[in-house]
Design a protein around this ligand. Structure first.
Ligand SMILES: [Zn+2]
Length: 442
């Protein structure tokens, strides 16, 4: 399918995240078979930009999202991480059709804030794979396996070590350029040393990656020390498996030596500051990770502990949070934050996309209406800063996946969202929602 974007505002460097750009071009973008075929550019003065124009950027990556936890939203408010994990392990009365509908809703919600690539995590991958394919959104899916439970409260679903690869190889049949299938566990609390070692072995043999929640608060670190004799990051190091295939989520509770171990290993960190603040597990030492050269991406986590799927809100919060912590109004520059949102996230899902608007790239594009109140007064030379500094008010007017408009005028162009919303609300109305149990850990 061919399409054509006429007279849109493009940063002069083709939106390359590494360049600070305050000059623009008027561009006509030709898209053929979902790929950018040609860009005609005319240099313009920043002051020739008007509110009639659309500003185009490449799509973002939401590097940590649980598409299967929409039905847990509200149930997990105001809980400590220990109680939250226990509550999540209650078997909600939902079937795969319910899971599919919530995955559709969550992925579209993420898309509406500009995430055209998503790194998802699910213990029931099939409905999520179906939702990815039906929407046409791309990314990676971490299929979760647990074989122990060293936390408190309710026990999560488990699988025997022998069955892990059998099951994973079935999921891996869906591995393709647009959706990479990864492996992992919920955390060290749910994975024995044997399972962690198996993940690494499978990651090498299948040429894939391991994704796991890591050192998310002092309680999980203390449990690891008690049960395995060391901290989670050192455990991976001691097992000889900490390497560049590991994408570690959170890492709020790590010491200086662990930061160095992660940096040396080439593993990546996925920062989820809103979730970490909400659950009270602490603030990840992102400046130290950054200074040590660790690859950093950013994700919203589950909307049951965020409560949105909005990746720009996450970037905005991260910016404010670290400025506040370090008493410095510019800890991470706009360019660094855009690296987290684009190139760094694409790297950890082995995406073929460059994160730039250029010929030969898949046309995953965001069009921002300069009529929107967040662009008033027109920020000549600073269009991109609006997306971070006014994130609560900024949504793309149009979102294209492979050149196809999936969101237009801020709403979904097909029936998927309407159908999913109806199904989810019907589920809630049926009263199938499990209340938080009374035997919660105080
Ligand atoms: Zn998570």
């Amino acid at each position: 399918m061919d399409s054509f974007l006429k007279s849109i505002i493009l940063e002069s460097y083709g939106n390359e995240p590494h360049h600070k750009s305050n000059s623009y071009e008027l561009a006509d973008i030709f898209i053929k078979d979902g790929v950018i075929e040609k860009i005609d550019r005319t240099a313009i003065s920043a002051f020739d930009i008007s509110s009639e124009h659309f500003f185009v950027t490449s799509g973002f990556v939401n590097s940590h999202l649980h598409p299967n936890q929409l039905l847990d939203r509200r149930m997990l408010d105001e809980l400590s991480i220990t109680n939250l994990l226990s509550a999540m392990h209650i078997v909600q009365k939902k079937n795969d059709e319910d899971r599919y509908h919530q995955a559709i809703f969550v992925l579209l919600d993420a898309l509406k804030s500009g995430a055209t690539s998503v790194y998802a995590i699910a213990s029931r991958p099939e409905p999520v794979i179906r939702a990815f394919n039906d929407i046409g959104i791309i990314g990676a899916l971490n299929c979760v396996f647990n074989d122990v439970w060293e936390g408190k409260g309710n026990v999560p679903a488990q699988i025997s070590l022998e069955d892990v690869e059998k099951q994973f190889s079935k999921y891996f049949e869906s591995n393709c350029e647009n959706l990479k299938i990864h492996i992992g566990s919920a955390s060290i609390l749910t994975a024995s040393n044997e399972l962690l070692t198996l993940f690494n072995d499978i990651a090498i043999r299948y040429n894939t990656r391991v994704n796991i929640h890591m050192s998310e608060g002092i309680e999980s670190v203390e449990a690891c020390r008690k049960n395995r004799g060391t901290s989670p990051v050192r455990l991976l190091e001691n097992l000889g498996i900490l390497n560049e295939r590991w994408n570690l989520i959170h890492a709020t509770t790590v010491d200086e030596e662990e930061i160095k171990l992660i940096a040396r290993s080439g593993a990546s960190i996925i920062h989820c500051p809103v979730s970490n603040a909400k659950t009270g597990v602490g603030i990840a030492p992102m400046l130290e990770f950054h200074k040590n050269g660790v690859n950093i991406a950013i994700g919203t986590d589950a909307c049951s502990n965020n409560n949105t799927n909005n990746i720009l809100n996450e970037a905005y919060f991260a910016t404010l949070l670290h400025n506040g912590v370090h008493k410095n109004p510019l800890v991470f520059s706009e360019e660094i934050i855009f690296d987290w949102l684009t190139t760094n996230g694409l790297k950890i899902i082995d995406s073929p996309s460059s994160g730039k608007i250029e010929v030969g790239q898949r046309a995953d594009l965001l069009l921002w209406s300069l009529k929107d109140p967040c662009f008033v007064p027109l920020p000549y030379g600073k269009l991109r800063s609006v997306l971070i500094n006014n994130a609560p008010d900024a949504k793309p007017h149009t979102v294209m996946l492979a050149g196809k408009k999936i969101i237009e005028n801020y709403i979904c162009t097909n029936d998927l969202e309407k159908i999913a919303t109806g199904a989810i609300n019907a589920w809630a109305r049926r009263g199938l929602y499990n209340e938080a149990p009374s035997d919660f850990i105080p």
